[in-house]
Design a protein around this ligand. Structure first.
Ligand SMILES: [Zn+2]
Length: 420
């Protein structure tokens, strides 16, 4: 299976900058010569001709295939524009801005794998870079590509490693169908006709609100400073650092939630995972300020993407299911009345049925997939809970079998330590 791993970069900022500066120069070289030929000769150069035309602009500090990658970047962007225009977006523009920096790419021909380290070649006469692999990547089969990516928010460089880990996707354990309802308060309810598992993550709201609060405090402080001053710059840095951390925490939660979804699907012996399609939820108008704010809390696209690749590794096929009226239809087969729930509990005014709102959504998605309409499957008798991101458990000190170092009391200042 091919996977991308992001690991911290130990290169000095100047060294990393130099690489991406060189890549930016190569990219800009192609861009400039391409548009110059278009302007003067009215000829649209092919990728082959264009790269050859601009080869004299290349720099000697990169591996030949890294140079290729930067050149290909321009033509790849052209292809994207063409595809977009064909798909009905005539406003899509061809790449025309020069780039100062560009992510440097080492292709597999420039990568040598030696034990725990990768040697990244930079062309003849240049020192290769030694990149130490973290322990969990020590036994990868092949490294297909290495990218030197600047994380704008965190203001630091990271390595993106594309690796073939040699693992095969497993075969599905059974032929069950499991459905998922992605929600706002609870990230997901997963289950079939017999059992529902609510994947909860209370820390998400905590993180979201805390982040908004801290951001507001910083923005307030920032508005009182003179633009461009030392304090101003310091606060701007603090703000982007905070945003970077928030992004990391959210990403971690999204990964853990998607892992929990797939775990339940495996336990229920599924080979099909039906996900309620919430893609157009943000497009609906007049949701109101509060709801709009809530909806932005989870990145459902990411949870879906993470779930999809994790499920595929377990041999489970992911299907998107239209979720019309799945949250409103009463799941009692003799009733099937539509009713908009208020709050977290679904109460049917016609038959008195009561259940958790997200569980109703989950069985109705399953029903829509199996029978073409919601309301054909009653809610399962067993409802369980799962907390994949539990701070209290995560912070609990693991028993390593080693004696703990004595913890210093907070009040013990230097005076007390000196025996005074
Ligand atoms: Zn009912």
């Amino acid at each position: 299976m091919i996977r991308t791993h992001i690991i911290p970069c130990q290169l000095a900022k100047e060294q990393a900058d130099a690489f991406n500066l060189a890549s930016g120069r190569v990219y800009t070289g192609v861009l400039i010569s391409h548009w110059r030929v278009v302007r003067k000769k009215r000829i649209w150069l092919s990728e082959k001709a264009g790269t050859r035309w601009s080869d004299h602009r290349t720099t000697a500090s990169l591996h030949a295939h890294s140079i290729d990658a930067a050149q290909q970047g321009f033509y790849k962007a052209c292809r994207t524009t063409r595809a977009l225009r064909k798909a009905g977006y005539p406003e899509a523009k061809y790449p025309h801005w020069p780039k100062k920096f560009r992510t440097t790419i080492w292709k597999n021909t420039a990568i040598k794998h030696e034990g725990q380290a990768l040697l990244l070649s930079n062309g003849r006469g240049n020192e290769p870079i030694t990149l130490l692999l973290p322990n969990h990547l020590g036994d990868v089969l092949r490294v297909l590509e290495v990218r030197l990516v600047y994380d704008k928010r965190a203001r630091r460089y990271t390595w993106h490693l594309v690796v073939e880990n040699g693992k095969q996707s497993k075969a599905a354990l059974g032929s069950n169908v499991v459905s998922v309802d992605l929600g706002e308060v609870h990230p997901a309810v997963v289950g079939d006709e017999h059992e529902s598992v609510m994947v909860t993550c209370r820390e998400r709201r905590h993180e979201q609100q805390g982040h908004a609060k801290r951001l507001a405090t910083l923005s307030r402080a920032l508005s009182r400073k003179k633009k461009g001053s030392r304090r101003y710059k310091k606060l701007v840095r603090a703000k982007s650092r905070m945003k970077a951390k928030h992004k990391r925490v959210m990403r971690d939660m999204e990964h853990k939630v998607s892992r929990a979804i797939v775990e339940v699907a495996v336990e229920r012996a599924a080979n099909t995972l039906v996900i309620g399609d919430v893609r157009d939820i943000a497009d609906e108008v007049a949701l109101g300020k509060r709801t709009n704010q809530k909806i932005s809390g989870w990145n459902h696209g990411k949870i879906r993407a993470y779930t999809t690749y994790k499920a595929e590794a377990e041999g489970i096929v992911v299907v998107l299911q239209e979720e019309h009226y799945t949250s409103q239809t009463c799941p009692t087969p003799s009733c099937r009345q539509r009713h908009k729930p208020r709050g977290r509990t679904y109460r049917c005014p016609s038959c008195g049925f009561q259940s958790h709102r997200d569980v109703v959504g989950q069985v109705n998605i399953l029903s829509s997939f199996k029978y073409g309409a919601p309301g054909h499957i009653p809610t399962p008798p067993i409802i369980k809970h799962r907390m994949p991101h539990n701070l209290r458990l995560m912070r609990r000190r693991r028993d390593t079998g080693q004696a703990l170092a004595p913890v210093a009391r907070r009040s013990s200042g230097p005076r007390e330590a000196a025996g005074l």
